[in-house]
Design a protein around this ligand. Sequence first.
Ligand SMILES: C[S@@+](CC[C@H](N)C(=O)[O-])C[C@H]1O[C@@H](n2cnc3c(N)ncnc32)[C@H](O)[C@@H]1O
Length: 298
Amino acid sequence: MMNRTKHIPVMLQEAIEGLNIEVDRWYIDATFGQGGHTQEILSLGGKVIAFDFDEQNIIAGKEKFVTEIENQNLILVRENFGKLQQTIEQLQQVDEISGILFDFGTTSEQLTSADRGLSFSGQDQELDMRLDQRLGVKAKDLLAIMGQKQLQKIFEVFGGETEARKISKKIVELKRNGQFITTVSELVELISEIKHHGSRNIHPATKVFQALRIAVNNELESIQQALPQALEVIKSQGKIITIAFHEGEDRIIKNYFKKWEKENKGIQDPKKVLKPSEKEVLTNPKSRSAKLRGFIKK
Ligand SMILES: C[S@@+](CC[C@H](N)C(=O)[O-])C[C@H]1O[C@@H](n2cnc3c(N)ncnc32)[C@H](O)[C@@H]1O
């Protein structure tokens, strides 16, 4: 297998404890990635249906977990978790789902890989940003199609970018002169002319890149669609565990869980959001923004 950047699973212990794995029961890992959480569920005797919409992750997963797939302890599905319920209903060997895990966002490998346009170091890379190659619209297409107000909104809402207006104005100004932003380096350069490196050494283009990735992959919409389906497919006393990495994701989850509690559909467990330990943040700085929530169905 080709050499892959290793993704360190975030809040692994907390997520697995929350799911309370029982032998021979079925669990859904809605965000397979490199299979860090899946592996842990399997090692505790649970069975897993794992989703990922990124074909490369599914191909690599099939190589990594050959035996588990042969033994029918793991079913790997290349699908958007927005289609959770219909996919599960088609699987005949699965009777009851005891828990489901969502570990949102991207793997380290996806962020750094050479051909996706998500990494600032990928100078001449096309601004693609699709995690699911079946999606029709790339980031460069969004930049070409959208007007100033729409781009500003995306940068603000999905990225929290404070210079969203200036950046979107510049993009639209260039378009008027027939200059379209199509590569990583062009976008990085444009942003760097407006913003400078902050004191915390965070790249000035970070927020705009995050915002475009979320828009291209319809990330928030999929979460919005998937959570009610998750509640529907798990058994009574089954558990949903979510790990979110930014405010937009966490807000959707928090609102659903609160609403469901009011509707008497179950309870939040843990009662309050969990954050990674200091030790985890030190060993894996990418975990620093993680927020874990849980819900037990009545
Ligand atoms: C943070 S990673 C998960 C890492 C995984 N828990 C591990 O330990 O390796 C998130 C994964 O979810 C996938 N993903 C994101 N949105 C998705 C969606 N709507 N449908 C299916 N997979 C999705 C991404 O392709 C990525 O591989």
